[in-house]
Design a protein around this ligand. Structure first.
Ligand code: HEM
Length: 387
């Protein structure tokens, strides 16, 4: 068993650095124990990470951040195990099917095109602030029935929860409290006057014949808030960073928009943003390591998705890659519920951006940096183009 002082957290690293660190670790260790923080295991290979996601009986979701083995919160459905989890997925599924997303597609495209129209004439933008943040966030707020004009406040809370350094626990818990209080108000409003949003629908659900307890509804809203507000923003930022740095790939998408769906998958494979965790329910030998009940395990998607045992030439971003079994949305019972929505948003962003913005590149003035907490992302992405 190897012990390493592996610290996965970072406030500002050159883009791609976290993936490079994970690449090197994977090729030396199939699994190892990090002594950082309270200590946690790390699996590095596609095969072992897939098996862990698919075995909730051993790898419980009662802790989904390997650095926090005793969480004081319970996000629904992400932190539930089957069979409780299965009942929640059944309730949520109809709102996230491909057909449900298709119904929103026109609105998604209209919002996307109008944001781009405001940017394209300027010849420059900060892609994260000006596009990747407002684009999916507004769509998500509409889905939830939340006021779009409060987006800035919501983002401040969301960043305190997901982007704060590990020392900022008080701030994190306080922000979760603010999100929960805001949803409690919204639930009251929707009880009085239901709309066609997810919160209104959730108020009509039954579990074992009973209405959903208020605390469970709040735990669901909190999880959706985090899953919906930051993920597409981060994924889009990496995708556009790659395309800005690789004009040949940008040109290929511009000339053949039919490539875009495959490109979305490949960009998700090459730039995987989530660092999920699990908690062991019993002692077991996993990937040759003696793991104990109660210990946590990190399952870094960025490591699985660049594993040469699973992908030919994994360091190459090949927009035409076939049989792309990437784990960007994880796998097993907790596989991302929002994957159809996320894919649609990313496809439409690439289509509309290429239609309206001529060849763009990274601004030479400022380097783009990535952060890595439970989720990896870019704080800024300055882009320039000719007008
Ligand atoms: C590109 C963007 C996205 C990525 C990369 C992503 C990734 C993931 C991953 C890896 C998980 C599994 C976590 C785990 O196993 O612990 C997950 C779960 C989840 N995601 Fe996403 N996600 C994205 C967008 C979204 C969106 C837009 C929504 C909703 C609006 C969403 C809703 C959810 C929910 C509800 C879960 C929990 C599912 C469960 O526990 O059964 N995601 N996501």
């Amino acid at each position: 068993m190897t012990e390493l002082d592996f610290n996965p957290l970072a406030g500002a690293r050159p883009v791609g650095e976290t993936a490079r660190i994970l690449n090197a670790l994977r090729e030396e260790h199939r699994a190892f124990r990090s002594t950082f923080g309270r200590g946690f295991w790390v699996l590095t290979r596609h095969e072992d990470i897939t098996a862990a996601f698919q075995d909730p009986e051993l790898f419980s979701s009662s802790a989904v951040n390997a650095l926090d083995p005793e969480p004081r919160y319970r996000w629904i459905p992400e932190m539930l195990d089957p069979p409780e989890h299965t009942a929640w997925r059944r309730l949520l599924r109809p709102h996230f099917t491909p057909a449900a997303v298709r119904e929103r597609e026109e609105r998604i495209r209209e919002h996307c095109a109008s944001l781009i129209a405001g940017i394209s004439r300027t010849g420059h933008c900060d892609f994260v602030t000006d596009f990747a943040t407002p684009f999916p966030s507004v769509i998500f707020l509409e889905l939830m029935g939340l006021p779009v004009e409060r987006l800035e406040t919501f983002l401040t809370w969301e960043r305190a929860i997901l982007h704060g350094p590990p020392t900022a626990n008080a701030e994190r818990v306080a922000a979760m409290g603010q999100v929960t209080a805001m949803f409690a108000e919204l639930i009251e409003l929707r009880r009085a006057e239901p709309g066609d949003d997810l919160v209104s629908h959730a108020l009509t659900w039954r579990l074992d014949g009973e209405p959903i307890p208020e605390q469970d509804l709040l735990d669901l809203c909190l999880l959706l808030f985090m899953a919906g507000l930051d993920t597409v923003t981060s994924q889009l930022s990496y995708a556009f960073w790659h395309l800005a740095a690789h004009p040949e790939d940008q040109k290929a998408l511009r000339e053949d928009p039919g490539l875009i769906p495959a490109a979305v998958e490949e960009l998700m494979r090459a730039y995987s943003i989530v660092l999920p965790g699990r908690k062991l329910t019993r002692d077991a030998e996993v990937a040759g390591c003696p793991m104990k009940a109660g210990e946590t395990v990190m399952l870094p998607l960025a490591s699985a998705n660049r594993d040469p045992r699973a992908f030919a030439d994994p360091e190459k971003v090949d927009l035409r890659r076939e049989h792309n079994r990437h784990l960007g949305f994880a796998t097993g019972p907790h596989r991302c519920l929002g994957s159809h929505l996320a894919r649609t948003e990313m496809r439409i962003a690439l289509e509309e951006w290429h239609r309206a913005v001529p060849a763009w590149r990274l601004s030479p003035d400022r380097e783009a940096l990535e952060h890595a907490y439970g989720l990896m992302g870019l704080d800024t992405l300055p882009l320039v183009w000719e007008v």
